[in-house]
Ligand binder design. Structure first.
Ligand code: UTP
Length: 291
């Protein structure tokens, strides 16, 4: 079995749920305390053993490339100040996290269409997908959990969580049978189910590991929900044909594509932050008294 060495991060969406913040600023660059969302995702991929990452971008997402590049002027300034040694190390470290490549999705035709842009990069290997606006924080990197399931069961893997009946309409719904522990066998799925169309309340949240056959399936996947080429529709074909493994991953997932998710991520990460955690907790406690 081929190792999962590559990852694709689709980050070419328009981020319309977070306008006007995302009019110019890519939502993947919105900070969670002191790091942009995409950096948490690249760190997760690197901690999962991924060697090469392709980020799918589009017009106006040049900031993403700059963030993972060296910054000679800034580095020169920081290196002249002994008090800034730690931050210099962080800044330089960002450019060494992984081997990162970029390709543009020329038209915003959906997540499935974005993943199709990775065909040449991926070649004939299994690969991980980390959605550019889903940050998952935890001890054990979520992407690595899915890769282990791929190595154990040998078929495509989706990262899932149970969501509420109201929330499932915005996500996908999976037909699953429990295998063992947090592993399920998935044999079908539907994107943005209408009431009554749900298979279960298990939904794909931000991570999958796919075999290269997904590209042929994507080529034959017509536009679905919202008129976009949906990755879920292609994965549904794969799940019905070969079965997939669903992993109810550990870790907390933050949806950086919506306002509440962004605030939850900021507050929770700030509370645990070594530099500001204590002060922020005291501030919140005081604030709560006045609410
Ligand atoms: P979303 O549907 O959450 O992204 O796609 P969006 O289009 O930015 O969201 P709205 O406008 O607020 O509803 C999930 C992931 O797929 C990427 C997004 O960047 C996000 O990481 N995506 C989506 C693409 O790369 N290309 C697309 O055409 C659509």
């Amino acid at each position: 079995m081929k190792k999962v060495r590559k990852a694709v991060i689709p980050a070419a969406g328009l981020g319309t749920r977070v306008l006007p913040a995302t009019k110019v600023m890519p939502k993947e660059m919105l900070p969670i305390v002191d790091k942009p969302a995409i950096q948490y995702i690249v760190e997760e991929a690197a901690a999962s053993g991924i060697e090469g990452i392709l980020i799918i971008t589009n017009r106006g997402k040049g900031l993403l490339e700059d963030h993972f590049d060296r910054a000679p002027e800034l580095e020169r300034r920081l290196s002249g100040d002994p008090n800034k040694a730690a931050v210099l190390e962080q800044v330089v470290g960002i450019s060494k996290l992984a081997n990162i490549f970029y390709v543009r999705q020329k038209e915003t035709k959906g997540l499935g269409h974005a993943i199709r842009c990775a065909k040449e990069f991926v070649g004939d290997e299994p690969f991980a997908v980390l959605y550019g606006d889903d940050v998952i924080l935890g001890e054990d990197p979520a992407c690595g959990q899915l890769i282990r399931a791929y190595e154990q069961f040998g078929n495509g893997v989706v990262g899932v969580k149970e969501v509420s009946r109201e929330a499932i309409r915005k996500y996908s719904s999976l037909k699953v049978e429990h295998i063992q522990d947090n592993y399920f066998r998935c044999t079908d799925m539907v994107e943005k189910p209408q009431p009554g169309q749900e298979f279960s309340l298990y939904s794909i949240l931000g991570r999958c590991v796919l075999p290269p056959e997904i590209f042929d399936i994507l080529d034959n996947t017509p536009p679905g929900a919202g008129g976009e080429i949906q990755l879920t529709d292609a994965m549904a074909t794969l799940a019905r044909r070969d079965g997939m493994t669903a992993v109810d991953f550990t870790g907390t997932r933050y949806d950086m594509g919506n306002k509440l998710g962004i605030m939850q991520a900021s507050v929770e990460v700030a509370l645990r932050h070594p530099e500001i955690g204590e002060d922020f907790r005291a501030y919140l406690k005081e604030l709560c008294k006045t609410l």
